[in-house]
Ligand binder design. Structure first.
Ligand code: NAP
Length: 268
């Protein structure tokens, strides 16, 4: 009896989970990407690209394809997708879990200035013009038009023209290593970083590099996410899925209850 799993991706951890599931017996997984980048780096496992069309579209997709479980392994700042996923799982009574480690916590030597949202970050850069490393992706760079006096080095997956008078874009896709991150900060004479508190191990090296160099970091806190059972790492997600597979096998389940629950809850 095969357990069919949809993994909502966009992170290194989601890729790792999908790759490790590829060899698992009695389990098939599909990795889903939003399609924000110009090209998707082929994960080497079955995948799809593009939005579902909100909660309703996701519900239809899960029903149509007969999924038994949903893993939300999106980035902690991809809040809309996480809310949609939690709602769809609730409507379908579908087992769902979020793969998300804890947020990073400052340690001795860190010089963090926490802000609640990206819109608050430009104000945190107040003072004389500085050389700023924006390691926040492309989509929220527009907030920094409120602080155009700084020299920005922006790292993004794809090239783009930033709406800032003094900015340069470098293209790279994580994960990133400590030595490379420290070398970048030194070479570019960076004076302050802006980062999301993703908590993801694959992007932590820049935070460690900033600590080593004594640089301040404007740290954007995570957005609120819906309550959902959460596992902190890929191994734990594998364990959660295996437990579900065993439970279904013991109960002789075939995924039917999810569809019935959907009709009841949605009134269709
Ligand atoms: P978002 O605001 O939460 O989602 C916007 C819409 O994009 C969703 O409503 C959904 O469209 C679609 N979408 C998002 N993730 C998807 C997925 N894995 N598969 C299929 N559709 C998806 O997300 P975002 O912040 O723009 O992030 C987009 C993607 O980039 C996410 O997959 C995330 O994991 C990844 N990412 C985000 C960040 C970040 O800082 N936000 C950083 C690194 C990676 P429909 O409503 O049409 O279904």
């Amino acid at each position: 009896m095969t357990l069919k799993v949809l993994i909502l991706g966009g992170t290194s951890e989601a890729r790792e989970l999908a790759v490790r599931l590829a060899g698992a017996p009695e389990l098939t997984a599909l990795l889903s990407f939003a399609g924000r980048t110009l090209s998707v780096a082929d994960p080497g496992v079955p995948y799809r690209v593009g939005g579902f069309g909100g909660v309703e579209g996701l519900v239809q997709h899960l029903e149509r394809e007969g999924y038994h479980a949903l893993v939300d392994a999106t980035h902690p700042f991809a809040a809309r997708m996480s809310w949609n996923a939690a709602r769809a799982a609730e409507l379908l009574a579908l087992p769902a879990v979020r793969l998300e480690g804890p947020a990073w916590a400052a340690v001795e030597g860190d010089r963090w200035l926490g802000v609640p949202a990206m819109a608050d970050a430009p104000a945190a850069l107040a003072g004389p013009p500085r050389r700023v490393f924006l390691s926040i992706g492309r989509l929220e760079v527009g907030h920094f038009t409120a602080a155009p006096e700084h020299d920005y080095l922006i790292r993004a997956v794809d090239p783009f023209v930033p709406p800032l008078p003094r900015a340069r874009v470098i293209c790279a896709r994580g994960p990133f290593e400590l030595a490379g991150e420290q070398a970048l900060l030194e070479r570019e004479r960076i004076e302050v970083l802006v980062s999301k508190n993703s908590g993801t191990p694959s992007t932590y090296a820049k935070i460690e590099a900033a600590r080593r160099l004594g640089l301040p970091v404007v740290m954007v806190e995570r957005p609120p996410l819906p309550p959902l059972e959460t596992v902190p790492a890929v191994d734990a997600a594998l364990g959660w899925l295996d437990a579900l597979r065993v439970k279904r096998a013991r109960s002789g389940g075939d995924g039917g209850p999810a569809h019935g629950a959907a009709r009841t809850k949605r009134g269709v």
